[in-house]
Write a protein that binds this ligand. Structure first.
Ligand code: PLP
Length: 394
């Protein structure tokens, strides 16, 4: 087939490739601890599953409105107001199959060829992939370990040009687990007074904050209508496979994004949306217990990583990822990630799977049980001690 040139600009998410390689090893009888994929290891809470079954039984099996069921858009608007103190009209909400389509649709709707979009690097690889794919220029904003995985405000200011159309923010952040504090967001809000960019604020991990509270750029004066807020159900309610997420944006943009939905998916699965209402309006105990458990695992993994030879790890403040610095091992990130899987039986991702500034780091998802985290740390430790000892000898 003669592919369109744009396909050469489409990136991918390495996590799915590493998962496939890990599963191939397991099929050969090898044991692998999975720390590669970014999804909760918990089941979706029972009341949410029951709501979906009930919806299926009562006929919620048809097409629905492209922007989402009114009932769910209202529930989302209430939730955004409750958790962020931000009044939102349900007409500003577009429901999509997962949060990811909001990235794609926003970029399709806003970016022209030649426009520039600033995105975090290391960062979720889909940002760069989608910016490239739509023909805009992807401008990396370096996140820095010494700033607790935030960035230098002067640096972002220096990247803004008259062509800057969009700034992508992600807090809590994948892959580093960093969060953006209010002073940093205030500095971006000040830049927004001088430059007309829009902001795509990916807040998919908004409920997973272990220190301080979640802050949204959309709450700053004048920025609600310039921000596309992305959130969803995948992480908070352990619903990755259900595919349910949403964007909150200025009303007229919402109609365009809904039209992109009409042209692609028609609508989001109707009975899944009914379950989404139950997730937001029902008891939050299961979600809260899961997040508290991630908090305990965070302590375990960070302490364990810091005890490994050649490895240091700053404490992530959100999401469920650790992003240890592995420069002391002498290995390049991709080589170490490969060796961890092939030789130590621990599936992790290379920091470079999240962009060029991820060199020197690995990403570990700690959405796995404490016994499995202990097993992974032990395997990594044994492998590293052996390698570093033989290296010293040779
Ligand atoms: C930063 C970030 N944004 C968006 C998504 C997409 O989430 P969803 O599964 O809801 O499409 C992910 C999933 O890993 C993510 O890490």
């Amino acid at each position: 087939m003669d592919l369109a040139a744009r396909m050469s600009r489409l990136g991918t998410e390495t996590a799915f490739e590493v998962l496939a390689r890990a599963q191939a090893l397991e099929a050969q009888g090898r044991s692998v601890v999975h720390l590669e994929i970014g999804e909760p290891d918990f089941d979706t809470p029972v009341h949410i599953r029951e709501a979906a079954i009930e919806a299926l039984q009562s006929g919620w099996t048809h097409y629905g409105p492209s922007a989402g069921l009114r009932e769910l858009r209202e529930a989302i608007a209430r939730d955004v107001e409750k958790r962020r103190g931000l009044y939102v009209d349900p007409a500003q909400v577009v429901v999509t199959p997962g949060g990811k389509p909001i990235l794609f649709y926003t970029m399709l709707a806003l970016l022209e060829e030649g426009d520039e979009a600033i995105y975090p690097n290391p960062g979720f690889p889909i940002y760069e992939s989608m910016i490239d794919f739509v023909g805009a220029k992807a401008v990396p904003l370096r996140l820095r370990e010494e700033r607790n995985w935030s960035f230098d405000v002067d640096e972002i200011a220096s990247l803004i040009t008259p062509r800057t159309k969009l700034i992508v923010l992600n807090s809590p952040h994948n892959p580093t687990g960093g969060t953006l504090d209010r002073p940093t967001l205030a500095a971006i809000a000040a830049l927004a007074e001088k430059h007309p960019f829009s902001i795509l604020s990916d807040e998919i991990y908004s409920r997973m904050v272990y220190e301080g509270v979640h802050e949204s750029i959309a709450t700053f004066p004048g920025l609600k209508d310039r921000t596309i807020l992305l959130d969803g159900f995948s992480k908070t309610y352990a619903m990755t496979g259900w595919r349910l997420g949403y964007g909150v944006m200025e009303k007229s943009l919402a109609t365009h994004v809904a039209r992109l939905m009409t042209n692609s998916n028609s609508c989001t699965n109707s009975f899944v949306q009914k379950a989404g209402v139950a997730a937001l309006e029902g008891p939050q105990d299961d979600a809260e217990a899961m997040i508290a458990e991630f908090g305990r695992r965070r302590e375990k993994i960070v302490a364990g990583l810091n005890a490994l030879p050649g490895v240091t790890c700053t404490k992530p403040t959100g999401a469920f990822y650790a992003f240890p610095n592995i420069t002391g091992t002498g290995y390049a990130s991709a080589d170490l990630a490969r060796a961890m899987l092939d030789e130590a039986g621990v599936a992790v991702l290379s920091g470079t799977a999240f962009g060029k500034y991820g060199e020197g780091y690995l990403r570990l998802s700690y959405a796995n049980s404490i016994p499995n985290l202990e097993k992974a740390l032990e395997r990594m430790g044994t492998w590293l001690e052996e390698k570093l000892r033989t290296r010293v000898r040779s």
